[in-house]
Design a protein around this ligand. Structure first.
Ligand SMILES: NC(=O)c1ccc[n+]([C@@H]2O[C@H](COP(=O)([O-])OP(=O)(O)OC[C@H]3O[C@@H](n4cnc5c(N)ncnc54)[C@H](OP(=O)(O)O)[C@@H]3O)[C@@H](O)[C@H]2O)c1
Length: 265
């Protein structure tokens, strides 16, 4: 059954900028009451102000999802201030563009905490109420990096792959419950993600898409009850092509890295 956004309560993490901010604003414009979460309070306030124009009961919470307990606290705040959550959008995430020879375990754990463990914990905290109501939507923002194993991003790729596989297995478990799960696989999107310090530069050949393209695809996916959304859509074919010839895909990726003047090793 198509998901009607108007009148719903949506909780969006990573709502202070980029994809999350644009999605939150679009959901508020479509008539949802939105709850916004991220660390940067002034940025979050700016997004909330834009949402309040359409959706006066919207809220925001400043949370650091690197702190394990934060997801539980956020779920509790959303429960008490929004009255519950019909649509959870796990969008908060951090990049980690760093060659595997320069990765350390603490960095990998930090990326897994924000990109995988926090959305899982938030989901598990809110899921029982959705199941009890027999309705709910969970949208997890993964990345094409999850299925294409982007070079120089092993920790990030793994965190998004974990989120994707968790989401798919959860979708099966919940198939007849009325709670639907959708995984979003954006390619390179023009956001502040590429200005975050302590990351290697993005390969020059990659042309980013706009956040609006991602928002349109997510809204269409919600309408269609899609289980996955690639943006742009042709990445889905690339992912299935890789699955059919992993060795060929990996050697092609190593060649791409060489053409960028970098060494794969
Ligand atoms: N841009 C791309 O090319 C691309 C491609 C594929 C997937 N994605 C995914 O899309 C999602 C949104 O990224 P974006 O591109 O829109 O970049 P962005 O503008 O940097 O957004 C990232 C969001 O995550 C929040 N966040 C980061 N660390 C957090 C923490 N510890 N606690 C709470 N919130 C935190 C940030 O807010 P604060 O800094 O205020 O906390 C921000 O709102 C991410 O999951 C990213 O992995 C992006």
């Amino acid at each position: 059954m198509a998901f009607e956004i108007a009148g719903r309560r949506a909780l969006i993490t990573g709502a202070s900028s980029g994809i999350g901010a644009a999605l939150a604003t679009a959901l508020a414009e479509a008539g949802a009451t939105v709850g916004l979460a991220a660390r940067r309070t002034p940025r979050l306030q700016g997004v909330l102000d834009a949402c309040l124009v359409h959706s006066p009961d919207s809220r925001m919470w400043s949370v650091d999802l690197a702190r394990p307990q934060a997801a539980d606290d956020l779920a509790e705040a959303a429960r008490s201030e929004l009255g519950g959550v019909d649509l959870l959008v796990n969008c908060a995430g951090i990049p980690k563009r760093r060659h595997v020879t320069r990765l350390d375990p603490a960095t990998v754990e930090q990326v897994m905490q924000v990109n995988f463990l926090a959305p899982v914990r938030l989901t598990l905290a809110l899921l029982p109420e959705m199941v009890e109501r027999g309705e709910g939507r969970i949208v997890n923002v993964s990345s094409v990096a999850a299925t294409l194993s982007s070079p120089g991003e092993a920790a990030y790729d793994a965190s998004k792959a974990a989120l994707s596989v968790f989401s798919e297995a959860m979708a099966i478990d919940l198939w007849d419950s009325g709670v639907k799960v959708m995984v979003v696989y954006p390619g390179v999107v023009d956001t502040e993600l590429f200005q975050i310090p302590d990351n290697d530069p993005l390969p020059a050949a990659i042309e980013p898409i706009s956040v609006d393209e991602v928002v349109t695809a997510v809204l269409e996916g919600l309408h269609d009850d899609a289980v996955q959304v690639y943006v742009p859509g042709w990445f889905a074919e690339l992912a299935s092509g890789k699955a059919g010839n992993v060795e060929g895909f990996l050697s092609g990726a190593a060649e791409f890295v060489r053409t960028q003047g970098r060494s794969p090793s």
